[in-house]
Ligand binder design. Sequence first.
Ligand SMILES: Cc1cc2nc3c(=O)[nH]c(=O)nc-3n(C[C@H](O)[C@H](O)[C@H](O)COP(=O)(O)OP(=O)(O)OC[C@H]3O[C@@H](n4cnc5c(N)ncnc54)[C@H](O)[C@@H]3O)c2cc1C
Length: 282
Amino acid sequence: MKSAAFNFISPALLLNALELQTQYPNYSKFLGGGQSMGPMLNLRLAQPDQLVSLQRIAGLKAHRLQESKLFLGALTTHAQIEDKVVPDVTQGFMPYVAANIAYRAIRNQGTLGGSLCHADPAADWVSTMMVLDATVHMSRLGANGNMETRHMAVSDFMLGAFTTEIHEDEILTNISISAFPPDAHWGYYKICQKPGEFARSIAAVLSIESLGVHRIVVGATHSKPILINDAKPLLHSCDKGAIQVTLREHGLEADDFEFQNHVTAVIRAIRMASMPHSDPHH
Ligand SMILES: Cc1cc2nc3c(=O)[nH]c(=O)nc-3n(C[C@H](O)[C@H](O)[C@H](O)COP(=O)(O)OP(=O)(O)OC[C@H]3O[C@@H](n4cnc5c(N)ncnc54)[C@H](O)[C@@H]3O)c2cc1C
């Protein structure tokens, strides 16, 4: 099937992109890397009157290090993270995750911001950014025509499957990530039927003793990934029974098969985090 007809425009300025969005208030969509939007258009699951491509807006592709925070433009691609074209402040965690998203053609085009806005619970960045406690930064036009910005933690941004806090007239501009101190340990494990496919389960683990961070995120659930903030006992014991109880307490909805996948992913991610060299890229 081919997409329905739409007006396509690719402005060079963020302000213009925001203004253009207001011209088709009923149905205009932003386009990032097009890796989710493309299939949705072709299947006619999305039929916008207008697509506003963000690809020519240089600021959305930029990055900067500010004190101990890395700000990545929303259009940073998975491949740029994989290849460390942008700095890695996560001791190999983000490049590892990026390298295991789909296959290279998707990673060349798909963007970090697009993945978060699309909010597939099985998307790798959704769980990863939650365990990193990353922040999303958004811009929109205010009533007086001035640009307004706001930011929030990714765990608040994510509302459920394919649902986020972003408004139709808002652009996700940056994602900020705190640099790991030396005592950070991470683990990431996803269960896929075949390499390159969306995950059946994702477990992301981050432990930073000096900051009191002991976090687990379980993704590829039916809704928003599950965030366990006080996971220190689980990270120490890796006890299967305790993991099962904790996942149930945190409201994980899954049939027996899915539940077993999630438990297995958590155990393997915890084990990975406990290994001295968890970055296969080094
Ligand atoms: C075959 C295939 C396999 C895949 N496998 C995986 C996988 O294993 N793991 C995984 O995580 N992902 C996977 N993906 C998804 C891929 O990572 C996409 O890149 C991602 O979901 C969307 O990013 P995008 O930049 O292409 O966004 P787009 O497709 O351009 O947009 C997606 C949505 O986000 C909105 N949007 C995009 N950017 C912005 C912005 N800056 N501000 C506001 N709204 C915005 C769009 O309006 C649209 O609603 C796969 C995709 C395909 C086609």
